[in-house]
Design a protein around this ligand. Structure first.
Ligand code: SAH
Length: 214
């Protein structure tokens, strides 16, 4: 395993931030700085470390993927985090998005349904100094009731129907980002919890693995 303190300068990571994120319109400086700090190579299988900064999702085993950096940055930007938020991350996968969220928020709870992935994510998060992330194994479509409510929720698996439990666990004024749709097409949507109910706005087209409920 390569050394992965995460704070040292890596030209490949700096290039990713400039070319894949800033030039494509990511403008939240906190998000750009967080993505410049987290070593993505620690969250991909060792044989893919050489392509860790490619502009792509990559396989992480168990038929799952680590999201494309631009998508992670977009989701984080849409959540409008300022630093003190309590965040739920549904679909830990590699743990990469959880690490970026940990850089941006006050506390992060991340839930994954596949135990082997959660175990690997745990190691990567420890190695990169993100021990604060609280990992759970289970069905994230039910949220994490004993750690609710959340100021922000990031969902990394696609669904046609916004899980009601996630809306219930989101504070008034809270934001949720989720890929809405099925296998044929999805859009990243941002949902804001208001007194009048959830208000949804669509963002870019995307392609995530399905949210497996139950
Ligand atoms: N954020 C991740 C992306 C992983 S892909 C990263 O940065 O690597 C989405 C993940 O969601 C997969 O690991 C999949 O197993 C998981 N998943 C799918 N349905 C789920 C559910 N109902 N609860 C928790 N995790 C789920």
């Amino acid at each position: 395993m390569t050394h992965v303190a995460g704070t040292e300068h890596d030209p490949r990571r700096a290039g990713m931030v400039e070319r894949q994120l800033r030039r494509r319109g990511i403008s939240d400086e906190r998000v750009l700085a967080a993505m410049a700090r987290v070593p993505r190579e620690a969250f991909v299988p060792p044989e893919l470390a050489g392509v860790a900064y490619d502009d792509a999702a990559l396989p992480i085993g168990e038929a799952q993927t680590i999201s494309q950096p631009f998508i992670v940055a977009t989701m984080c930007e849409l959540l409008e985090l300022e630093g003190s938020e309590h965040v739920l991350d549904v679909g830990t996968g590699s743990g990469y998005a959880a690490a970026v969220l940990d850089e941006l928020a006050g506390s992060v709870v991340s839930i994954e349904r596949i135990p082997a992935l959660a175990a690997r994510a745990r190691r990567a998060l420890e190695l990169t100094g993100h021990r604060r992330v609280e990992l759970r194994v289970g069905d994230g479509s039910l949220g994490v009731a004993d750690r609710a409510p959340f100021d922000a929720i990031a969902v990394a698996a696609a669904t046609d129907r916004v899980p009601p439990a996630l809306l219930e666990q989101l504070i008034l004024g809270g934001r949720m980002v989720l890929p809405r749709g099925g296998r044929r097409g999805q859009r990243l949507v941002r949902i804001v919890q208001t007194a009048g109910g959830p208000v949804e706005t669509a963002s870019l087209a995307c392609r995530f693995v399905p949210l497996v409920e139950g």
